[in-house]
Design a protein around this ligand. Structure first.
Ligand SMILES: Nc1ncnc2c1ncn2[C@@H]1O[C@H](COP(=O)(O)OP(=O)(O)OP(=O)(O)O)[C@@H](O)[C@H]1O
Ligand SMILES: [Mg+2]
Length: 326
């Protein structure tokens, strides 16, 4: 599917949030939610971002959707910077990049009929009501819902059906990129596979490019061609999905993969220590307080991502010397 051309290029983006002070005399507090993240997504590919809660995944998504601005770094879409667009370019961009989020119930306006919900982005593009509704009906059929869906309301549908509606709405304006932020996390396990299947089918059929965010490794693996593993705002490992899951290089990824395979008992993958506070992440390598291989250097110096295998990079001082996973 892919033609190797970068559709989205994220370069060294950073996002800090200033938090309210505890008191007038307390020092200012801040969270570095995203700390120098870079990746690119080729046309037709799916880049998976995986990481624990609070690792910065949604913050990355929000910047790509231009719902938030980076404190530093830039994002290019088809080669041009998305944060220096004029109004016309911005309008095209907002149409080209659509989102499907975790909670379909929250995302759909409860008082609107499904037809209007799906037609709304088309109406915003200036399409007449009748045409927009007709297109909405076709889109709803394409995602596996009957055209009789048009006059009904969100509460009359199951979670899986509502997520189909959200997909139809996102696709109605013929986007090039979908930002999928935990699109199946709120769904029953039984319907997850259907929605993932639908997303993959639509990707094939329409040649879409995806950013797929999740915390379930098996799902991210199933969906993604390339994957980045986030920990406390940084990508600690990045590479082709097959390599990254087949031969994880970072102790954190190794832990995640082993856990997903039910091999928790292995001593080398045990996470030690508590989850640090995002207000005071450990110096050097943020992961060191939970890493079985941590040494002095890890506290002194933050490891940078370096390519250990072709296209497969890891941010760990000792990645090349770690024992083979059992
Ligand atoms: N608007 C904000 N103001 C202050 N802090 C924020 C804001 N948005 C995010 N954060 C903080 O930034 C960090 C990253 O949050 P983010 O929502 O990006 O994580 P996530 O990986 O999407 O987590 P989850 O898996 O729970 O969705 C967290 O510590 C969060 O508390
Ligand atoms: Mg999130």
């Amino acid at each position: 599917m892919t033609d190797g051309k970068p559709m989205v290029e994220v370069t060294n983006i950073r996002r800090e949030f200033a938090l309210p002070r505890h008191s007038l005399f307390a020092p200012p507090r801040r969270v570095v939610a995203v700390d120098g993240v870079s990746f690119s997504i080729s046309r037709g590919d799916t880049f998976g971002l995986v990481g624990e809660s609070g690792s910065g995944k949604t913050t990355v998504a929000r910047m790509l959707l231009k719902l938030d601005l980076p404190s530093a770094g830039n994002v290019r879409f088809e080669g041009s910077d998305i944060f220096t667009q004029d109004r016309r370019q911005e309008r095209i961009y907002r149409r080209s990049v659509q989102a499907v989020l975790q909670d379909p119930y929250g995302a759909l306006s409860q008082r609107m009929q499904i037809g209007s919900i799906v037609a709304e982005p088309l109406r915003a593009q200036g399409l007449a009501r009748g045409e927009a509704l007709a297109a909405a009906g076709r889109m709803l059929e394409a995602v596996g819902l009957g055209a009789d869906t048009l006059n009904r309301y969100p509460h009359q549908f199951s979670g899986g059906q509502r997520q189909r509606i959200a997909v139809a709405r996102a696709l109605s304006v013929e986007p090039k990129v979908l930002i999928l932020d935990e699109p199946v996390s709120a769904l029953d396990v039984s319907v997850r596979a259907q929605i993932l299947g639908l997303l993959r089918e639509m990707q094939q059929r329409l040649g879409l490019t995806y950013l797929f965010i999740g915390h379930d490794l098996a799902i991210v693996k199933y969906m993604s061609t390339h994957v980045g593993v986030m920990y406390f705002g940084r990508i600690v490992e990045i590479g082709p999905a097959s390599a990254l899951f087949g031969r994880p290089l970072h102790p954190y990824t190794r832990k995640l993969v082993a856990t997903a395979k039910g091999r928790q008992k292995l001593g080398e993958v045990r996470l030690t220590g508590e989850m640090p506070s995002p207000l005071a992440p450990p110096s050097g390598c943020h992961f060191r307080t939970r890493c079985a291989f941590a040494a002095e250097r890890c506290a002194a110096e933050a490891p940078v991502l370096s390519e250990l295998k072709t296209g497969h990079s890891v941010a760990c001082h000792f990645a090349a010397e770690l024992p083979e996973p059992a």
